[in-house]
Design a protein around this ligand. Structure first.
Ligand code: COA
Length: 195
């Protein structure tokens, strides 16, 4: 089992913990956050961001459990800091997700329960492909993209970095979503959409 430390202990971290546990591939050593509680979900709080250099001596693998709706800056800054310290971010795939062997997934990304990733897709680093999201064939995503629960990203869509794709939204096939875009829950985004 690969040792790993979770960053954060909020709602998204809890969902990530569940997925990481379900893979049976990682030994979670504990978590890091700014709170005062010393334990969470049976895990030990290992310290705050300030303790990262010393924690790195025992474990170089981390998972970003901080969520992303309004913007990706907290996730970006922290992951950058950890990478400068030579930390690594394995990608995580739920055993209940269906990821084509013809898809590529990059570091720090999590593919949550019941998500689907089709062939030819290239999923960037630090993405959240949330529960039941559907990513069809040939989709390309930049870094720090969050595809929310049950969103549908149809074939050959390109999603720029830092974009947020809300729950249950539908992206028409072949379109391009600009970097940093916010697609609200339930939206339909077609070819004529004006950003
Ligand atoms: C854009 C967004 C943040 C706006 O939400 P909001 O702040 O609640 O919006 P408002 O306060 O202006 O809501 C005004 C009304 O529109 C409704 N509304 C807001 N967003 C809506 C949406 N996407 N679809 C349908 N109705 C919506 C609200 O329920 C509210 O209804 P009411 O007047 O009957 O009470 C929200 O639509 C959204 O997309 N959130 C992201 C949710 C999501 O995907 N989370 C990810 C989970 S993994």
């Amino acid at each position: 089992m690969t040792p790993i430390i979770i960053l954060g202990s909020g709602g998204h971290a809890l969902a990530c913990l569940d997925v990481i546990d379900s893979t049976k591939k990682f030994k979670i050593l504990g978590y890091v956050d700014a709170g005062e509680a010393q334990s969470w979900e049976g895990l030990t709080r290992l310290g705050s961001d300030n303790d990262l250099p010393s924690l790195m001596k025992d474990c170089s693998n981390f998972f970003m459990g901080i969520g992303q709706i309004k913007n990706a800056s907290v996730r970006k800054n922290l992951s950058e800091k950890i990478k400068q310290l030579k930390g690594e971010f394995p990608f995580i795939v739920s055993p209940f997700a269906n990821v084509s062997p013809r898809a590529q997934v990059h570091e720090g990304t999590i593919i949550m329960h019941h998500a689907h990733v089709g062939p030819g897709s290239q999923i960037g680093s630090f993405n959240i492909l949330n529960t039941k999201s559907l990513i069809e064939h040939g989709v390309k995503t930049g870094s720090f993209v969050h595809v929310s629960t049950a969103a549908v990203v149809n074939g050959d869509v390109i999603i720029g970095g830092d974009a947020f794709i809300g729950s249950n939204s539908v992206l028409c096939h072949g379109i391009e979503i600009p970097s940093g875009a916010f697609v609200q829950a339930g939206a339909f985004i077609g070819r004529k959409h004006v950003w």
